[in-house]
Design a binder for this molecule. Structure first.
Ligand code: UDP
Ligand code: MG
Length: 318
């Protein structure tokens, strides 16, 4: 760097939901690492409607350290909305999104800055091991990625996490486009193009508190992602139609050849009718899910609502 040249700025976006125990530890560890970097930094905490002491802890941090910026949501809008709000309010030449529970190692920040300096614009953090998750969570996550990669035309990096970094240009794309109400931010990050690279990290156990993602939340998240990134389920109706048509022809040929008497085919008819109706209802249900998504997008409600900003200016609604 030349003498007198301004330092680049790294924005670290941290989503916070009931993390009163983890926050002080996170802040201390983060400042320790960030102050060793060659870039300047800002720490943007997004309080996603926490009901514990996170709010007052964050306010204290913002008061004593002007590099700490805080966005308080009016209620819980979810982890994704928190990351989007952080991105929207970031000023940095590079933006990193990470969790507050120290599962995403802060040591990676220097590697991230190094990648930015080499000209990479999107840095995908790939998890090699997740010590915090159980066997079921790891297995279902692997199955989910296999499925979405088979039926969607966009490619998802398996084990990509909510830990990622984008430069100013890529952040601008996420700020202005990809504003769907039902979304999958890490999917967008992998599909906006730009000069991309991956870094690998091991997710340690949570430093304090417990996971805020229940299996139910993860399941609904997965279903929404499949519906948003793939039209394959809609095509099921066509395949099912072709299949039942062929089945009908086969049954007709069989009946003609065997000259089966009218009463003896009763079980076949009942089974076929049940099968056809089941297929029909499934297809109608899938179409219903897509209509529900269209309805949500059409209503155009804000992705998040901010109740208070500390050390920041910006829009309260987005
Ligand atoms: N989080 C959030 N809003 C939510 C749920 C979680 O902002 O509704 C934050 C949480 O505070 C943490 C991060 O998202 O910083 C990841 O959540 P968690 O660690 O519970 O998920 P896991 O690591 O178990 O997948
Ligand atoms: Mg976690």
């Amino acid at each position: 760097m030349q003498e007198g040249e301004e330092k680049q700025l790294l924005s670290v976006v941290v989503s916070v939901y009931n993390e009163e125990e983890a926050l002080p530890k996170f802040y201390q560890a983060a400042v320790e690492v960030l102050s060793t970097l060659s870039w300047d930094y800002e720490l943007i905490f997004v309080n996603d409607g926490s009901q514990d002491q996170s709010r007052s802890i964050l306010n204290q941090l913002a008061q004593s350290d002007e590099r700490v910026k805080v966005i308080h949501f009016s209620r819980n809008f979810g982890h994704e909305a928190a990351m989007i709000a952080g991105l929207d309010h970031s000023q940095g030449d590079g933006v990193v999104c990470m969790d507050a529970d120290l599962q995403h190692p802060l040591e990676c920040l220097s590697e991230i800055v190094h990648c930015f300096q080499q000209g990479y614009q999107v840095i995908n953090m790939v998890r090699t091991e997740n010590k915090g998750a159980g066997l079921i969570k790891n297995l279902t996550s692997a199955a989910f990625y296999r499925l979405i990669n088979t039926i969607s035309d966009v490619h998802f990096e398996p084990n990509a996490s909510d830990f990622f970094a984008v430069d100013r240009e890529a952040a601008q794309v996420l700020k202005t486009s990809y504003r769907e109400k039902i979304r999958f931010l890490r999917g967008y990050v992998q599909n906006i193009g730009f000069r991309k690279t991956s870094l690998y990290y091991e997710a340690g156990p949570r430093v304090a508190g417990e996971s805020k993602y229940s299996l139910k939340k993860l399941l609904s998240f997965s279903v929404n992602t499949i519906l948003c990134f793939s039209n394959m389920p809609l095509k099921l109706g066509i395949y099912a139609g072709i299949f039942s048509g062929l089945l009908g022809v086969a049954v007709m040929i069989y009946t003609l050849l065997t000259r089966e008497g009218a009463p003896s085919g009763y079980a076949t008819i009942v089974a076929l009718i049940c099968f056809m109706f089941a297929m029909l209802f499934v297809v109608v249900g899938i179409i219903g899910e897509y209509i529900a998504i269209l309805f949500i997008e059409l209503k155009d409600r804000p992705v998040y609502i901010i109740s208070e900003l500390k050390n920041l200016n910006g829009d309260f609604l987005k």
